[in-house]
Design a binder for this molecule. Sequence first.
Ligand SMILES: [Zn+2]
Length: 108
Amino acid sequence: MDEQFIKRLITTIKCGICGHPYEGSNVRILGHRDDLWFLSVFCPACHSQGLMAAVIKEGSLPELVTDLTEEEYARFYPLAVVGADDVLDIHNFLRDFDGDFSRLFSKE
Ligand SMILES: [Zn+2]
């Protein structure tokens, strides 16, 4: 599987925000494990940026893997990606968390 092939396949996918088709130059390949590819895409029309996980098998069109609904996708797609600081925050939170969710969510 060569990268040019991946980039060509990406042009069959449209931006989740504005519907503009992606171009090969809007895609950065982050890496892959077997048929699962991780891509960073940039929309030239609305300038939104996102991460994409795609199962790409030779001889088939890419299939977008997400458990988000269309509304959630539209809401979360333009947001900043999770960074090291976010992971540290949740790490610190979990370190001190006693597991009492009912107390956590009743706290206003
Ligand atoms: Zn767009």
